[in-house]
Design a binder for this molecule. Structure first.
Ligand SMILES: Cc1cc2nc3c(=O)[nH]c(=O)nc-3n(C[C@H](O)[C@H](O)[C@H](O)COP(=O)(O)O)c2cc1C
Length: 390
């Protein structure tokens, strides 16, 4: 069973990610993992931290001579900013007068709910873990899930559909998303240059006004075989698993599969994807005229591209802060401000790719099993033959 979790705080010494259950014999390309980490740090509208960080994955266990060995993989990502926080956030008791208090909870953050829950007098420890710095750890192990999926021919990428009101007018092909991935500079990761310019204008606007902006990304999983996930139990449905995985990312407030949101306002005849039979594709001879289902029907992948969209609220930290209350005095104040991004839609898309890849890898391993890549691939190929002969 593929399991993973993360540890680490925003200004602690390091982030740690664990993944257990990858078959032995998977080739681990360190430069690929690091490029994924770099992609998460890009995009117009990021704050100062991205200039400090430049993440690299330090693999501590589970990989030897470039291959997984079946034991849990743990990865450390150094927090380069740690040196500036050593004395104010030490592991030992340290000097309490050096502590950097978050004196007033920031609306839209976990600050108030977390302080109440854990009975903290202020929000420093809440912010440290609730921050999206944590998503870097997910991207590191998500990269391993992507390398595993590649062995099965499955690729997972994302692109940006909207920043604030600036929205892509058309659906984007897999090839266009691949072209975006190959670029060495990332502005807003939008496949249409004219829309990307409008998106940039939205970010410029909030940079000028001390505000922030949200948006929509789309993750596309290409060449996914039919049969991942199942309708047999509610918590094994692929759509439910993907929705939870993407929703778990910081600032994602809605998840859409295929045309889910607009479909609610349409009639069945304009939504459902008619079935034909003809030119064999990579898995079967069944064809579809369109893909409004986003590649999943009844909680099972149907052989079409999986398309999952994440809707991000605007960033919560504002240079022109909203009203809040001082934790100690209960008097009205402006919410605390810490260095912040104003737009993170491309980066959130990269983190969501990781979550989608981890979810698909888990479902693929549930279906095909295998303790070594040879065994997994043999099982997978046997299933592909079954599909071809169907
Ligand atoms: C990649 C990424 C980077 C983020 N950077 C910031 C940031 O710099 N400042 C900020 O206020 N929120 C940022 N967020 C969003 C917050 O982490 C998030 O809104 C907050 O933790 C509250 O959690 P919730 O929105 O899931 O309720 C970021 C989110 C992502 C996905």
């Amino acid at each position: 069973m593929l399991r993973f979790f993360t540890a680490g705080e925003s200004h602690g010494e390091a982030l740690i990610a664990f993944i257990s259950g990858l078959p032995a014999g998977l080739a681990v390309d360190q430069s690929f993992v690091d490029r994924e980490l770099w992609r998460r740090q890009q995009g117009f509208g990021r704050g100062g931290r991205m200039k400090i960080e430049r993440d690299t994955a330090h693999i501590l266990s589970g990989v030897r001579h470039g291959l997984t060995i079946g034991s849990p993989v743990s990865i450390q990502l150094e927090n380069r900013d740690w040196k500036n926080w050593r004395e104010s956030l030490p592991v030992a008791a340290g000097d309490a007068t050096l502590h950097k208090v978050v004196a007033s909870p920031r609306p839209g953050h976990a600050d108030l709910a977390g302080a109440l829950k854990y009975n903290f007098p202020e929000a420093r420890y809440v912010l440290e873990r609730a921050s999206a710095r944590e998503s870097a750890a997910r991207v590191a192990i998500g990269a391993l899930a992507k390398l595993f999926l590649r062995e099965l021919g499955i690729e997972v990428l994302s692109h940006v559909v909207a920043v604030g009101p600036a929205t892509l007018p058309q659906e984007i092909s897999w090839e266009a998303i691949q072209n975006l991935y190959n670029q060495e500079e990332i502005l807003l990761n939008c496949a249409d240059p004219e829309t990307e310019q409008r998106m940039k204008n939205e970010v410029d606007k909030v940079l000028r006004t001390g505000d922030s902006v949200g948006g929509v990304f789309e993750v596309v999983a290409h060449n996914v075989p039919p049969g991942l996930g199942t309708y047999a139990q509610w918590d094994e449905r692929l759509d439910a698993l993907l929705a939870a995985a993407v929703m778990s990312l910081q600032a994602v407030k809605a998840v859409e599969i295929g045309a889910g949101i607009s479909a609610a306002a349409q009639s069945g005849s304009t939504v459902h994807d008619e079935i034909g039979y003809g030119a064999p594709d990579s898995f079967t001879g069944f064809t579809r005229t369109r893909n409004n289902a986003g590649g999943i029907e009844g909680g099972v992948s149907n052989g079409q591209e999986i398309r999952v969209r994440g809707y991000l609220k605007p960033i919560s930290t504002l240079r022109r802060p909203l009203k809040s209350v001082d934790f100690a005095t209960r008097q009205p104040v402006s919410a605390a401000y810490e260095r912040s991004d104003v737009c993170v839609v491309p980066a959130a898309g990269v983190a969501a790719e990781a979550m989608v890849a981890l979810t698909l890898a888990r479902c693929a391993l549930d279906k095909f099993g295998g303790d070594s890549m040879g065994e997994t691939l043999r099982n997978f190929q046997g299933y592909c033959v079954q599909l071809k002969n169907y």
